[in-house]
Design a protein around this ligand. Structure first.
Ligand code: FAD
Ligand code: SF4
Ligand code: SF4
Length: 480
């Protein structure tokens, strides 16, 4: 093993420099700087080059982490980039927004007290460097194929599949109902976690690689699934999940109560320079308001931190379980606390009060009881523990369900699961419709970008196998 590695005993963990909270509160720029080259090498060298690297096992893409850490430590950045991009279509995006504490870094085996290797930050450094140096090049397939594949949805699942299929020489067309490419990476995730230019330069790369985009095109309305099937040799559905879960509580329909994604989309659109009437009228702007966000996942964290940046008077996050049992990333909670967000754990809304618009959330305290069928402690309301919390803007961030897909896509023959996600064959990733595949959140339920990339890559492989088998069968018939 290179002498350079195994430095975790003498070199403390160091994340890239983080901007002070007082400065971060005033803008929507990312909060971490990039590593300087020497610092990236020093941090990569902390890796102990495990024989069985648990970081890699727990990365959904099984990235070859130990090897690209070693190459970074040795200053061989171009090779590190080639290795890292061989398994991940968007390493600089995953390096920024994966919940590493639950994935690669959370499973790094460096002994307790020495802190994990900063895998995500090194991954981001490698690919940001590759972009700066011009190593990231449009795809030039070794051979062009006549068959075309239609992809519905320009989120990470659709884009990863598009890139992989284009590499194999397929003609790829991506359809999206939105006016921009990126799915939730552009309209859901805020700029302070993932700057929009990072997504847009990936879009440009795909366009330069001759992937065709048909935007403002809703499948089921502007084009039917039957038309797509006639146009393309195979179709991939990667439409994500967008139906916001609601709260069944009196007063939930009052003005001043909004769905988290509507709020985040308005903020992202405004940041991109669009005219957003609901933002400009103040309806979806937190400036000067007492904001209460309900939920404990990553969407809730994005709402509270956006509200801070919009100049809210106060921002509270209500979650019915405690900090240890929340689904959101602990790192995000820490950032939010630094930025002035108040977390009100073990509390749930019972009613929304107000005459013409919401003025208070009536909340009740929770006690975590015995574990339920899912193994999680069941929240139980504590009698007579009500509090009224002042609120001018309430954001509901309770998760997402799939829309009625067969109806939305005007494809009644598509099968759905009990959760409303698209049913696919586990091996082929194909739906009930011949040649129609599905990937990403629409199959898995609301998940992560890194899983969408994984699914998009897997779907591209399955589509390739399907089309290869079909072409061979056609040749056989022609020869008979
Ligand atoms: P999406 O990204 O949802 O893309 C689906 C695309 O399909 C969209 O562009 C949509 O317009 C299009 N579409 C839908 N229906 C049609 C139709 N009928 N016709 C044409 N186009 C259609 N994950 C992380 O890893 N880290 C994070 O920090 C993180 N933060 C998040 C914050 C928020 C607020 C949200 C909501 C999610 C977050 N996620 C995060 C989750 C992550 O964004 C998703 O898991 C991921 O984007 C799913 O990818 P996808 O390609 O399956 O779907
Ligand atoms: Fe970690 Fe995500 Fe990168 Fe995998 S893709 S190594 S989980 S940051
Ligand atoms: Fe290196 Fe940690 Fe992965 Fe081991 S688990 S190879 S120490 S990053």
């Amino acid at each position: 093993m290179a002498e350079r590695m195994l430095k975790f005993v003498g070199t403390p963990q160091a994340m890239p420099d983080k901007r002070p909270a007082a400065e971060r509160r005033r803008d929507f720029q990312e909060i971490y700087a990039n590593y300087a080259r020497a610092r990236a090498a020093e941090q990569a060298a902390r890796c102990s080059q495990c024989g069985v690297p648990f970081c890699q096992v727990h990365c959904p893409l099984h990235n070859n982490i130990p090897d690209w850490l070693k190459l970074t430590a040795e200053g061989r950045l171009k090779e590190a980039y080639e290795l890292s991009s061989a398994t991940n279509n968007f390493p600089e995006i995953c390096g920024r927004i994966c919940p590493q504490d639950r994935l690669c870094e959370g499973n790094c085996v460096i002994e307790k007290g020495f802190e994990s290797v900063t895998i995500g930050s090194v991954e981001k450094f490698i690919t940001d460097t590759a972009w700066e140096r011009g190593w990231v090049k449009p795809i030039q397939p070794r051979r062009e194929r006549a068959e075309s594949v239609g992809i519905v949805g320009a989120g990470p699942a659709g884009l990863a599949a598009a890139e992989q299929l284009r590499r194999k020489g397929y003609q790829v067309a991506v359809y999206d109902r939105y006016d921009r490419v990126g799915g939730l990476m552009i309209y859901g995730i805020p700029n302070f976690k993932l700057e929009k230019e990072i997504v847009q330069r990936r879009e440009k790369l795909l366009r330069d690689s001759k992937v065709a985009f048909h935007l403002n095109c809703e499948v089921g309305r502007d084009v039917t699934m039957d038309e797509l099937r006639a146009r393309h040799a195979a179709v991939l559905i990667a439409t994500g999940v967008y139906k916001a879960r609601d709260i069944a509580a009196p007063g939930v329909g009052l003005p001043g109560i909004a769905a988290a994604l509507d709020y985040l989309t308005a903020s992202n659109r405004s940041g991109l320079g669009d005219r957003v009437p609901d933002y400009e009228s103040g309806a979806l702007d937190a400036a000067g308001k007492n904001v209460v966000v309900i939920g404990g996942g990553d969407t809730a964290m994005d709402c509270v931190r956006t509200a801070v940046r919009q100049g809210a008077r106060s921002v509270k996050c209500l979650y019915r379980r405690d900090r240890a049992n929340m689904p959101g990333s602990q790192r995000e909670v820490k950032h939010a606390e630094e930025e002035g967000v108040e977390f009100v754990w073990l509390t749930t809304p019972q009613a929304f009060l107000g005459k013409d618009r919401v003025s208070h959330v009536r909340a009740v305290r929770i006690h975590l009881g015995m574990p339920d069928a899912t193994g999680r402690q069941a929240p139980q309301e504590i009698a007579n523990s009500h509090v009224n919390i002042e609120a001018d803007l309430v954001l509901k961030a309770l998760g997402f369900d799939p829309e009625d897909l067969p109806a939305m896509l005007a494809a009644p023959d598509l099968d759905v699961t009990g959760w409303g996600t698209l049913k696919v064959d586990g091996r082929s990733m194909m739906t009930r419709l011949d040649g129609v595949f599905a990937a990403g959140d629409i199959v898995r339920g609301a998940s992560l970008v890194v899983w969408a990339v994984r699914d998009g890559r897997d779907a591209a492989e399955r589509i390739h196998s399907y089309l290869t088998a079909k072409a061979l069968a056609a040749q056989r018939i022609a020869a008979e």
